[in-house]
Design a protein around this ligand. Structure first.
Ligand SMILES: [Zn+2]
Length: 590
């Protein structure tokens, strides 16, 4: 088996020869990456190869893509593929396509190549490394043939790096064991989906439904298997596992994330935040090791606010944030939260829920690992990112009121068009938010009530969702947008109303905890990338009581989330486990 030390000691020619076949017919990548030695870790070697391709420019990248064979193409049939490609394609069963599948792949391949100018490239061994099915491969080809060309160019390169990653793992005899465990748990937990969604093969697990309770039971059972000392399902349905230090009363590190999902969800959102620490505890327990502090892992029952309007219910309960009125709230079938809790065997009593509040003096802090749910890390080819702050947000709804009039007879100069004013505001928002670099602003609802094709819009309703890493930055954005709204309406002779419907403070990472994540990522041999979180997370709630910091894991498919295409590789999850372990070691030795 090839050793990293051998690669680090190799001459340029030896190095290139040792990495032959990692990148298809493209030895120049290894030749150039040689100068970046020594590599402290396999992850650092992988990153150096990726960086070499990033730095090589468009023409070289295109050449690399064109060096790849067509999937199930002529070369597959004629048996003229490289050894690596032959093994991968045959593992995916591509050598055994039915005539219909083969015809479909051939046709899609032809359309794809004609559109983009390079062959369809896919890491057919997939995110777990064990192979995609022919149906999955066909569905991916079908989906990607419609991508914009620049998007598909980037996706093809990412697939090439994933192929290289798996080939390197083989050469160096590396198995991402903890990552595989986490990936498999995500897959198994996703088997529990609410019936109407399960029928369509979709994942939906909302608060205290049958599927949700089955998840809690599985997580609790897996925690026991891992060797946690105590495992319980608490009064709001959180699954809580504690791995004691030498003294059960010593302060604990708190960690975790949610296991509920949105409708038609991905399998990784929230869940990896419980599974990654669980995998670490399992490894500790198997090695007979204890930490000098306790580790409390919570799989939060509710974060997404889907069945009841009670977002962050699970983590909120730990900081005294459970609103008593929620118990009376009814879902769309008329079932109150109190009834749902009783049905689930929970006490449904406020005293029991209030007792979940944690005493901050008993905890060192809170950390959360979460899939990024955005495209940043994927575009940078970085598996991990360090969160600087969970963005402050504010939501507003408004209406611009003009004058509805005949589209044919009203001259342009005398119109009072409410929709045009809203359009001006939308474009201002786009420019203004972009000017901050890390603010975001969205007008997600835009509607002309009772509008008609031949009527100048007399009313236009709109929403504003504004987010920024600090409260002050968010407030400046809001002030500028509202000033512009007033100015646009003044100039056009319109009235408006606007109302704030939601406001959340920023949750900046605690500097010493952010530094621990940074040290952990650096120890893996990976560059540090710091980024704010645009989405809300459980850490926002814990932030009110404890110092907190989050680690993001790259999402595949351009980081798409709240979507079944959300994905993560076992290798990236394994790096997240290693980072979590490193953070534990830092705490243990500090
Ligand atoms: Zn989440």
């Amino acid at each position: 088996m090839l050793q990293l030390a051998t690669l680090n000691a190799a001459s340029q020619a030896e190095f290139t020869a040792l990495l032959d076949g990692v990148y298809e017919h493209s030895p120049w990548i290894a030749t150039r990456a040689w100068s970046l030695r020594p590599f402290a870790t396999l992850a650092a070697l992988k990153h150096a190869l990726v960086q070499t391709v990033r730095d090589a420019g468009h023409e070289n990248q295109l050449g690399l893509m064109r060096a790849h064979p067509e999937l199930a193409g002529k070369a597959t049939v004629a048996g003229t593929l490289t050894a690596e490609s032959t093994s991968e394609q045959s593992r995916a069963g591509l050598a055994h396509c039915t005539p219909e599948e083969f015809a479909r792949i051939t046709q899609l391949n032809a359309t794809y190549t004609a559109r983009f100018g390079w062959p369809f490239i896919l890491a057919v061994r997939g995110p777990r490394g064990v192979g995609l099915s022919r149906a999955q491969i066909l569905a991916t080809l079908q989906r990607r043939v419609d991508h914009p060309a620049d998007f598909e160019f980037a996706e093809s390169l990412r697939q090439i790096h994933r192929i290289a990653e798996l080939r390197l793992n083989d050469k160096l005899g590396f198995e991402p064991e903890l990552g595989n465990t986490v990936w498999d748990w995500c897959e198994q937990l996703a088997a529990h989906s609410e019936p109407a969604w399960a029928e369509k093969g979709e994942l939906t697990t909302t608060y205290l439904t049958g599927a949700h309770r089955a998840c809690a039971a599985d997580i609790a059972a897996w925690m026991r298997d891992c060797g946690f000392d105590s495992v319980e399902i608490d009064a709001v349905g959180n699954v809580v596992g504690v791995y004691h230090g030498p003294d059960p009363h010593a302060p604990r590190l708190l960690t975790g994330s949610h296991y509920d999902t949105v409708r038609n969800a991905g399998k990784y959102d929230g869940r990896i935040g419980a599974f990654i620490p669980m995998a670490c505890v399992r490894a500790l327990h198997r090695a007979g090791k204890r930490l000098p502090f306790g580790l409390e892992v919570v799989a939060f029952a509710e974060e997404e606010g889907q069945r009841y309007k009670a977002t962050f219910l699970g983590s909120g309960a730990l900081v005294g944030g459970f609103n008593p009125q929620w118990l009376e709230q009814r879902d769309k079938d008329g079932i109150s939260m109190r009834e749902a809790m009783r049905h689930a065997g929970l006490p449904a009593e406020l005293s029991a829920i209030a007792a979940l509040r944690r005493d901050p003096a008993q905890y060192l802090g809170f950390v959360e690992v979460h899939i990024e749910q955005g495209p940043v890390l994927n575009a940078l080819d970085l598996p991990l990112g360090i969160v600087t702050s969970i963005n402050a947000s504010i939501r507003l709804v408004g209406e611009i009121i003009g004058m509805a009039s005949h589209a044919g007879t009203t001259p342009m100069a005398t119109r009072r068009d409410a929709a045009c004013a809203a359009a001006e505001l939308a474009l201002f928002l786009e420019r203004r938010a972009a000017a901050d670099g890390d603010s975001v602003g969205t007008m997600g609802l835009l509607e002309v009530p009772g509008g008609s094709i031949n009527v100048v819009p007399g009313r236009c309703r709109f929403s504003l969702d504004l987010r920024a890493p600090t409260n002050a930055q968010r407030d400046r954005l809001r002030d500028d947008v509202l000033t512009e709204l007033a100015a646009v309406c003044q100039r056009r002779g319109l009235r408006y109303t606007v109302e704030e419907t939601m406001r959340e403070a920023a949750a900046p990472s605690a500097p010493d905890w952010q530094r621990r994540w940074e040290a952990a990522v650096a120890a893996l041999g990976l560059p540090l990338h710091r980024l704010p979180s645009g989405a809300g997370h459980d850490a926002m709630k814990l932030h009110t009581a404890l110092p907190q910091a989050m680690l993001f894991v790259r999402g595949e498919n351009a980081g798409i989330s709240h979507n079944p295409l959300e994905s993560s590789t076992a290798d990236d999850l394994d790096l997240a486990c290693a980072a979590f372990n490193h953070l534990l070691e830092q705490l243990a030795t500090s």
